[in-house]
Design a binder for this molecule. Structure first.
Ligand SMILES: Cc1cc2nc3c(=O)[nH]c(=O)nc-3n(C[C@H](O)[C@H](O)[C@H](O)COP(=O)(O)OP(=O)(O)OC[C@H]3O[C@@H](n4cnc5c(N)ncnc54)[C@H](O)[C@@H]3O)c2cc1C
Length: 544
């Protein structure tokens, strides 16, 4: 048995990974004219951007381990899991970049960044014996080894976990299978506990506990149910950030206290039947009529649109299509509450809004609607930013999405955590060939990999949360990287967990089958993965 890997090993691996990625980024900048020409080199940019994301996750994983060790709070298991996570990231990013190195004119870079002694460290740090040991520990602790946090954050996590296990978890399966709406009780309890105001400034009725507290809350709720609780904070959070960036004082005073109190539930309406990733092409129109705007056009995939009290809706206020993103504005569109899978709302002056939920295999509980607006009347005072907000909708929406992506990193970690726990429980209980599955080497190895992958996604997500506290605009690319990596991790972990349940992983009776279909939506929204990698992460990395 080799000696357990250490922080020093992880630091050396990080150095190699960053050396390789920095050189790849430099060359990619030259090749794409600082990102202006990404579309002519999509495959190359995707590889480089993803590898850079993995290197960033490795950096944050090393930083988390260094901090915890410094505070004397890193157990041996925590250290070897995080070091193995860094080694897995290094191995993966090397393999990812290798086919593109000739195109980057960097044939020698791999050897220079990862000379033989470093490759040996990498092999040792993620050696199967190390991962099997992590897997054994994961099985023993049933995946519940806690991530060390400071006092306030630990209290937040424990309190939300207690609430989610007591209130949400027992109902999650029924809501999923029956495609039911989130129970009103969840919303009122969460409102009472202040979950909707965690990132709202105190001046507007929130607790302003910061993004890490919000992420921990989201994570714990998602651990119980992604759709019935874990995603409830995301939409209010997107609108909150858009309002804080560009709302008028009156709008902030009017809406933020209601959002913080959970009085106003929010839907986000950007996507249209013909417009998805190319958000700048949004066609839904908002035309001025006296003191109002009339909204006309179809929208799609508006999650929670039935129950929501307001929709944050992106619409075209300048009919000139050449204006593209500059012709878009953001509106707060009030509506009545509806339960069920379809609704119709008529306004006294003739305006109409029709909604019909699209059936989905997972992410049930909030329902995602196709909407049709016909001359739907919205007071001009609901144009976010007032007259100065005309044409700024795209920018404000993107500010909101940066917060949404951070949230989704948290959602992915929570969902993956539940998959890890249920899988650990299952492999301990299930016996084949005369012993528990947990006693087989490959089971231990796979469980160990799962724990390590989750650890690095958690490290980058928590780091993004703290960076958002310091400077939201600067941290937006990091939040996008956290979302990118954590969502892929959640998809992989839930599928691995399902395989380890064998046939029962495909049975509705076992929650892992729900986790699989829930996880699959994560890389789709807030920038579908290829677009997020190229146009958000890639563009930001290559611009500098
Ligand atoms: C369950 C669910 C809930 C959702 N909730 C909401 C919500 O609340 N509000 C909301 O506004 N939207 C929501 N969405 C919509 C989601 O954000 C979009 O589905 C997503 O942005 C992608 O748009 P699209 O589906 O039109 O795909 P498209 O944009 O048509 O993309 C299809 C594929 O083509 C690829 N592609 C597109 N353009 C390029 C390019 N230039 N280069 C390379 N590849 C490209 C994409 O990466 C993708 O893989 C939700 C979606 C789902 C499934």
């Amino acid at each position: 048995m080799p000696p357990p890997p250490t922080l020093a090993d992880a630091e050396r691996l990080l150095e190699g990974a960053e050396r390789l990625v920095d050189r790849a980024l430099d060359r990619a900048r030259d090749i794409t004219a600082s990102g202006a020409d990404i579309d002519a080199h999509q495959v190359l940019v995707e590889r480089v951007a993803y590898a850079a994301t993995q290197a960033r996750a490795a950096r944050e994983t090393v930083a988390a381990l260094r901090d915890r060790k410094g505070e004397g709070r890193a157990t041996g298991a925590f250290e070897s899991t995080l070091v193995a996570a860094v080694a897995l990231l290094a191995a993966d990013l090397r393999a990812r970049l290798e086919p593109s190195l000739p195109d980057l004119d960097l044939e020698d870079a791999l050897e220079q960044a990862f000379p033989a002694p470093l490759r040996a460290i990498q092999c040792a740090a993620a050696h199967e014996s190390v991962l099997r040991e992590i897997g054994r520990h994961t099985a023993q602790t049933r995946g519940r080894e806690p991530w060390p946090l400071d006092g306030v954050c630990e209290q937040v996590r424990d309190a939300v976990r207690e609430f989610a296990e007591r209130e949400v978890a027992p109902e999650a399966e029924r809501i999923h299978r029956g495609d039911e709406l989130v129970p009103e009780r969840f919303i009122s309890s969460m409102a009472e506990l202040g979950y909707f105001g965690l990132a709202v400034p105190e001046a507007y009725g929130g607790s302003d506990l910061g993004n890490l507290a919000m992420i921990l809350t989201t994570e714990e709720l998602s651990r119980a149910s992604l759709a019935a609780a874990g995603s409830l904070i995301t939409r209010p959070e997107i609108l909150t950030k858009a309002l804080l960036q560009g709302g008028t004082d009156a709008q902030k005073s009017q809406w933020l206290p209601k959002i913080a109190a959970g009085e106003v539930m929010v839907g986000i309406s950007v996507t249209e039947p013909d417009v998805g990733s190319d958000v700048a092409s949004v066609k839904c129109r908002a035309e001025r009529r006296g003191a109002d705007f009339l909204i006309t056009g179809p929208k799609s995939w508006c999650t929670f649109a039935g129950r929501a009290d307001v929709l944050a809706l992106l619409a075209r206020t300048d009919p000139d299509p050449a204006k593209a993103a500059k012709g878009l504005s953001l509106f707060i569109v009030p509506k009545d509450r509806f339960d069920g899978h379809s609704f119709e709302m008529r306004q006294p002056g003739g305006g109409r809004l029709v909604g019909k939920a699209d059936a989905t295999p997972g992410y049930r509980g909030m329902h995602s609607f196709t909407l049709v607006f016909e001359d739907y009347r919205v007071p001009a005072e609901n144009l976010v930013g007032g007259e100065a907000g005309l044409g700024r909708g795209f920018y404000l929406q993107m500010a909101g999405f940066a917060a949404g992506r951070l949230q989704t990193g948290g959602r992915a970690c929570g969902l993956a955590q539940s998959a890890l726990e249920k899988t650990a429980e299952y492999v301990v209980d299930r016996r084949q060939f005369g012993k528990p599955l947990a006693d087989f080497q490959l089971t231990q190895y796979t469980l160990g990999r799962m724990a390590a992958q989750l650890a690095s996604s958690r490290a980058i997500t928590y780091a993004a949360a703290l960076a958002m506290d310091a400077d939201e605009r600067k941290a937006a690319p990091l939040a996008a990287q956290a979302k990118l990596l954590a969502c892929d991790m959640a998809v992989e972990l839930t599928q691995q967990g399902q395989l380890m349940h064998g046939g029962w992983g495909y049975a509705e009776e076992y929650p892992i089958s729900r986790y699989v279909v829930d996880a699959q939506v994560l890389p789709i929204f807030e920038g579908v993965k290829p677009i997020l990698t190229l146009k958000v992460v890639g563009r930001s990395l290559l611009a500098g």
